[in-house]
Ligand binder design. Structure first.
Ligand code: ADP
Ligand code: MG
Length: 276
């Protein structure tokens, strides 16, 4: 697979933002984010931007806060009892924690893909149509049929499932197909951002390769945050990489730079396999 070399706004960590002024405004800005689970300080002063149409990979040892950071972006974290969040997150310049935010509408702008494929116990069609119906993206009938087809094609799944849309159940597909169905389902609400938490972590390498190609393709039209255990995967699909260590984002930069010239000692150790 080709490595990614899309031109991106040059925005990296560093004390002087003016040296790396982005050419386009970020879609999401995260500033000094702190998260506690009860007494456990899980994210410490995390600051980063997410740009339109980029794939940003989160890497780092497990337990370092990657999933927690992901859940803050779509305000899912507050569903976990005992959590506390401080700091600022804005989307297109608007504070996502403001009191008058329409939370269902906000969350609709995100699609979530989990590590283990978790399709609904329903038909392939319904897996995709369900969210689209709730959010009134498409009306049942020809409109929904076209929407379901579009999402399944976009997830590289249409040709494999089109004959059994209403007959076959999501959970009866192979693991890799189920994961692509979950991506089609995530696309069903027309999200601007895809949050993927180790989406290839529990499928076989061939299926993972398909999902990686899909991520590369979707990254042309969506902002994607991809948590991955695999450095090779980050290298193949990410435009930028952020390294988490013990709750801190220790380094963020363009993928090539992160792999060829990592600046933080933690990143160098992690890449050598010395930590994690
Ligand atoms: P990662 O995704 O990098 O593996 P997480 O974001 O899942 O890390 O976890 C970060 C830290 O927060 C870990 O120490 C983890 O034990 C803790 N944590 C995560 N979820 C919860 C929870 N629901 N309750 C309490 N602690 C949690
Ligand atoms: Mg995690």
């Amino acid at each position: 697979m080709q490595e990614k070399s899309k031109a991106l706004p040059l925005k990296e960590t560093g004390p002087a933002p003016s040296q790396n002024a982005p050419q386009t405004p970020p879609l999401i800005e995260v500033h000094n984010l702190n998260v506690w689970y009860e007494d456990r300080h899980a994210l410490i002063d995390v600051t980063f931007d997410l740009y339109h149409d980029e794939v940003l990979a989160f890497i780092g040892p497990s337990g370092c806060g990657k999933t927690t950071a992901l859940k803050c972006l779509n305000r899912m974290l507050e569903e976990v009892p005992g959590t506390r969040i401080t700091g600022r997150i804005s989307m297109e310049g608007m504070d996502i924690f403001r009191a008058d935010l329409d939370l269902p509408e906000y969350r609709q702008r995100f699609g979530w893909v989990a590590q283990g494929p978790n399709p609904f116990a329903d038909t392939i069609y319904e897996n995709v149509a369900y969210g689209a119906r709730i959010h009134q993206i498409a009306k049942d009938g020809a409109d929904m049929d076209a929407h379901v087809e579009r999402c399944l094609r976009r997830a590289y799944l249409w040709n494999e499932v089109s004959a059994g849309l209403h007959a076959q159940q999501g959970p009866d597909l192979s693991g890799g197909q189920q994961q692509r169905l979950c991506i089609a389902r995530a696309l069903g609400t027309n999200p601007a951002v895809l949050l993927m938490d180790e989406p290839t972590g529990s499928i076989d390498p061939i299926a993972a390769n398909k999902v990686e190609k899909l991520i590369l393709d979707l990254g042309d039209t969506h902002a994607i945050v991809l948590v991955t255990h695999s450095m090779m995967e980050a290298r193949r699909v990410a435009d930028r990489v952020a390294m988490f260590y013990l709750g801190r984002l220790v380094e963020i930069g363009l993928t090539d730079q992160m792999f060829s010239d990592p600046r933080a000692a933690e990143t160098r150790s992690f890449m050598r396999g010395a930590i994690g």
